[in-house]
Ligand binder design. Structure first.
Ligand SMILES: *Cc1c(COP(=O)(O)O)cnc(C)c1O
Length: 384
């Protein structure tokens, strides 16, 4: 299902603009999360191309260390099964009736987010002569998919009557667990606990309970329950600036390119589309072959910085689809072929996904998931 992209050249070497993913860091991050949340099991969240890190390689590397995998859509689950991944996989998003047979065929766990959907799953499983595995989705304060906490018992009771469904889990999702003010998260947690009380009240076994995303892993240990569902934290990025950093993780992804052109630009000669920027003195500028067509957001124009020769230098003028221009200043140095750090570290200087998010007016999640398939991913292990 992967599109063939021009990411390697004729000699087979990788495009100079590429992403490097450190697989050891991913493992270390997972281990750190496990230590914080043990004895809870860990569902690694691999949706959206593993947050831009590359689904295939990340899944192969992390699946042996994970208890469960979470993805957003059916197709991501099928890709993992076709790769031969045997770890249990929960598809977190909403589903359509036509998709149900595909879930059962590929042994994917379904999210049952309404009574009607659950009954459909039961019927389809019966027709196929199989048992469907489901997790019930409760809406405790996100107003997205899921049955409201105040009517959850209808879903829980329906599940008891579904003979072709194994209700393996029950879950909810936090809206604000990465905030400084945890009052909404605590309200959601209280509502979830109330919903879970159903099983105790009826002396029934409780399915696997889960609600903790990265924010909750960091700030709400009482929300760990049986499984935690870290996404962004696994990749070494914190979900917000204000979240308490109670687990130490390292960013697994770095993004770099190379200088492709050098020139001196004079006052009166504006740079790039729209002629929005010009220098007031002669300055050295270099062109870098990366742009919004790679996921380097145009909204960062005139705000972004990159690192060349260990120095942070500003991007100037509009970011183009495939190229950016960087101002080295009157004396700065940078030559064709020099490495350019877009996200990552060089000589003690550092640019993070959070920096790009600030420049683009978004969150690091969107920065990472938008680095597109034209940018090759290279996988490395920590050099010792
Ligand atoms: C994406 C997602 C997560 C992971 O969220 P992070 O903030 O990246 O940890 C967990 N649960 C559900 C249901 C999700 O959709």
């Amino acid at each position: 299902m992967q599109l063939k992209q021009p990411t390697t050249n004729a000699s087979g070497s990788v495009r100079p603009t590429h992403v490097e993913v450190n697989l050891d860091y991913l493992c270390q991050n997972l281990k750190a999360i496990r230590e914080k949340t043990s004895p809870a099991k860990v569902m690694i969240i691999l949706k959206a191309n593993a947050y831009g890190h590359g689904l295939d390689a990340v899944a192969r590397h992390l699946a042996p260390h994970a208890d469960y995998i979470g993805v957003a859509v059916l197709e991501e689950g099928i890709i993992l099964r076709e790769m031969g991944i045997q770890t249990p996989i929960l598809v977190l998003g909403g589903i359509w009736e036509e998709q149900i047979p595909e879930f059962i065929k590929h042994d994917l766990t379904l999210t049952a987010s309404s009574v009607e959907r659950l009954q459909q799953i039961d019927r389809v499983a019966e027709n196929l002569g199989k048992k469907a595995i489901v997790h019930l989705k409760i809406d405790t304060g996100m107003e997205r998919i899921g049955v409201h906490y105040y009517s959850a018992h209808t879903l829980q009771e329906t599940a008891l009557g579904c003979k072709h469904v194994l209700t393996e889990g029950i879950y909810s999702h936090f809206a604000n667990s990465d905030a400084e003010d945890l009052s909404h998260a605590r309200l959601q947690l209280a509502r979830f606990n109330e919903v879970l009380h159903f099983y105790e009240k009826h002396s029934l076994p409780t399915p696997l309970r889960h609600i903790a995303n990265s924010g909750a892993v960091l700030q709400l240990p009482e929300a760990n329950f049986d499984i935690v569902r870290p996404g962004i934290l696994l990749y070494g990025v914190y979900p917000s600036d204000e979240v308490e950093r109670t687990v130490t993780v390292k960013p697994a992804l770095s993004w770099s390119s190379k200088v492709v052109y050098f020139k001196v630009t004079q006052p009166g000669h504006p740079v790039s589309y729209g002629s929005t920027w010009q220098s007031d003195e002669n300055v050295r500028v270099v062109t870098i072959p990366v742009g919004y067509g790679d996921g380097y957001f145009r909204a960062m124009s005139d705000k972004a910085e990159v690192i060349i020769q260990g120095v942070k230098v500003p991007q100037v003028g509009r970011i183009c689809m495939d190229q950016i221009v960087v101002n080295l200043g009157p004396e700065g140095s940078g030559y064709n072929g020099d490495k350019v750090v877009l996200i990552g570290e060089m000589d003690g200087q550092r640019i993070t996904a959070e920096d790009l998010a600030r420049w683009a007016g978004t969150i690091p999640y969107e920065i990472l998931t938008n680095i597109n398939t034209r940018v090759p991913r290279v996988y490395v292990k920590t050099e010792k």
